[in-house]
Design a protein around this ligand. Structure first.
Ligand SMILES: [Zn+2]
Length: 453
C-alpha cells in the first residue's frame, strides 16, 4: 500500500490511481524568470520520488508540470517575467526560454524523471478563456469595476478547507500587503483575467473582456483539467503554494466541474540553508550550479535531500552536501562488486515498505546502512544497484578516480602560506590559478580540501 500525507486531510492516507491503473499527477512548475534555487529543487524532487515510489507499488504514472511564463504577479500589477525582462533588457519570452532551459538542466542533473507533459501558460490562453467563460456562466466569476474578471470567493462555500484560511478570517488586503483593491466586490476575490494597462505591450492577449492576461491560479486549473481530466490523483507543490495558490485553484477547478477534482494535495516543506531562509533579499540563495562549482556531484544534493523526509523542514548545509558526496562515491566503489547473484529479499521488502509509507526516505536509507554492515560485498552491491532504481544516484557509475596534479598541490601550498600571512589578495589570486587548472579549494576546520571542478 502506498501512502502519502494529504495536506487537506491532515493525515497520511492511501494513494491509488482512480482508474485503477495510472496515477495522475499534477506538479506546480516553475515561474521561469530566474534560476530555481535548491529549495525549489527539493519541491520538484518530491514529484520524482512519488513517481519512483508508484513504480514500486506497481502503478503507472502520468505527470503534468506547468511552465509559468506569464501571469505570475509580483504585486497587484507587475508581472515577474516582465520585470526580469526589463532588468535584463530582453523580450519576456526570451527570458522564459532561457530560464526554462536551466530548469530542465537542473532536473536532469538531479536525475528527476521528466514530466510527461510540460504545458506553457502562454500557449494555454485559449483554454483559460474557455474556463473563465464557464465560471462566469456558472456565476462563480464576475466582471469588476476595472473590466477585469474576478472569482467570487464567497460563492464557493468550501473555500478555505485546504489551507484552513476561511473567508471570515481573512483580512482585507491579505493578498498584496494590505492594499485594498476597489475593483473587486469582495477583498478575498482574485483575478482570473486582468485587463492590461496601455503601457503593457508584451504578454497581452485579446479576450471577450478586453486586452489582458490571465491570473496565475487560473493557469493551473486550465492545464490540469485539460491534460488530466476531472480527476487529479495527486497534486504536488511547495508548502508555500498551499495558500492562496492551491486554495484558489481548488475553488476554480471544483466550481468549473462540480467535482472534487484533486484527490490528494501533497506538499514539500521549506528548506533552510545554513540556518537561514533562502531569499534574494538576504543574499542567501544557493543554486545547483553553486554545488557543482564547489566540485560536488549534483546527486550529492539529491541524497542530502532524501536523508530527510519531504515534509520536514530541512536545514541544508555545505557539510551535509559534502558528506553526501563522499557517501555516493563510497557506494559507487562498492557497487562495482555487483554480480547479479542477488541479495536477501528481506532488504528489498524493508526498503520498499519505508518508501511506500509516506516516502520515509531516511529510514529507507538506514536499511542500506544496515545491509552494508551485514551483507557480503557482492550481495550488498546487488542491493545497491536495485535500490538505486528509487534512489536515482547513478550508483552503477564508476567512482571518480581523482588524481590531483603536482602543479595544483604546489599552488595549494603557496595559497596556504599566503593565508598564514593573511595575504588575502595573493590567496585569491592563487585560488583563481587553481580554478583555471580545473580544481576548487575549500577551507574547513580539518584543513584544505581539493576537489575537481
Ligand atoms: Zn500551480
Amino acid at each position: 500500500m502506498f501512502r502519502l500525507y494529504d495536506t487537506a486531510l491532515k493525515a497520511v492516507t492511501e494513494i491509488e490511481p482512480s482508474d485503477g491503473q495510472v496515477l495522475k499527477i499534477y506538479a506546480c512548475g516553475p515561474t521561469v524568470y530566474r534560476t530555481a534555487h535548491v529549495g525549489n529543487l527539493r519541491t520538484f524532487l518530491l514529484t520524482d520520488l512519488i513517481v519512483r515510489a508508484a513504480e514500486l507499488a506497481d502503478f503507472e504514472t502520468f505527470v503534468v508540470q506547468n511552465i509559468t511564463d506569464v501571469g505570475h504577479l509580483l504585486n497587484d500589477s507587475q508581472d515577474k517575467l516582465l520585470q526580469q525582462a526589463s532588468l535584463e533588457g530582453k523580450a519576456a519570452l526570451e527570458i522564459a526560454a532561457y530560464y526554462e532551459e536551466i530548469f530542465h538542466q537542473d532536473l536532469a542533473h538531479l536525475n528527476i524523471i521528466p514530466a510527461d507533459v510540460y504545458p506553457h501558460a502562454s500557449e494555454t490562453i485559449e483554454l483559460m478563456l474557455q474556463l473563465i467563460k464557464l465560471l462566469i456562466e456558472k456565476d462563480f466569476a464576475y466582471i469588476g469595476k476595472d473590466g477585469s474578471v474576478y472569482f467570487a470567493a464567497q460563492k464557493f462555500a468550501d473555500y478555505g478547507s485546504l489551507s484552513g484560511n476561511r473567508l471570515e478570517n481573512l483580512k482585507p488586503g491579505h493578498r498584496f500587503g494590505g492594499e485594498v483593491d476597489e475593483n473587486k466586490n469582495f477583498h478575498a476575490d482574485w483575478a482570473l483575467w486582468k485587463i492590461a494597462p496601455d503601457t503593457r505591450t508584451e504578454l497581452v492577449w485579446d479576450s471577450p473582456w478586453g486586452k489582458g492576461f490571465p491570473g496565475w491560479h487560473v493557469e493551473c486549473t486550465a492545464m490540469s483539467l485539460h491534460h488530466l481530466g476531472q480527476v487529479v490523483d495527486v497534486h504536488t507543490g511547495g508548502i508555500d503554494l498551499r495558500f492562496p495558490h492551491h486554495e484558489d485553484e481548488r475553488a476554480q477547478s471544483n466550481a468549473a466541474t462540480g467535482e472534487e477534482v484533486v484527490k490528494h494535495w501533497v506538499h514539500a516543506e521549506h528548506l533552510l540553508f545554513e540556518g537561514r531562509k533562502m531569499a534574494k533579499s538576504t543574499g542567501n540563495v544557493v543554486l545547483l550550479s553553486d554545488v557543482i562549482e564547489k566540485g560536488y556531484d549534483p546527486l550529492a544534493l539529491r541524497l542530502a535531500f532524501m536523508q530527510s523526509r519531504y515534509r520536514t523542514q530541512l536545514d541544508m548545509s555545505w557539510d551535509v552536501i559534502k558528506a553526501a558526496h563522499i557517501q555516493i562515491e563510497k557506494w559507487r566503489t562498492k557497487a562495482q562488486s555487483a554480480n547479479e547473484e542477488g541479495f536477501p529479499l528481506e532488504y528489498e521488502k524493508a526498503f520498499t515498505a519505508y518508501v511506500l509509507e509516506d516516502l520515509d526516505t531516511p529510514r529507507a536509507i538506514s536499511v542500506i546502512r544496515e545491509a552494508e554492515k551485514v551483507l557480503s560485498e557482492s550481495a550488498f552491491a546487488d542491493f545497491l544497484i536495485w535500490a538505486d532504481l528509487f534512489l536515482g544516484l547513478d550508483l552503477d557509475r564508476a567512482p571518480k578516480q581523482v588524481v590531483v596534479p603536482q602543479e595544483v598541490l604546489d599552488l595549494v601550498e603557496i595559497r596556504s602560506a599566503a593565508r598564514m600571512n593573511k595575504d588575502w589578495a595573493e590567496s585569491d589570486r592563487v585560488r583563481d590559478q587553481i580554478a583555471a587548472l580545473g580544481f576548487s579549494v575549500n577551507d574547513n576546520p580539518d584543513g584544505t580540501e581539493v576537489l575537481p571542478l
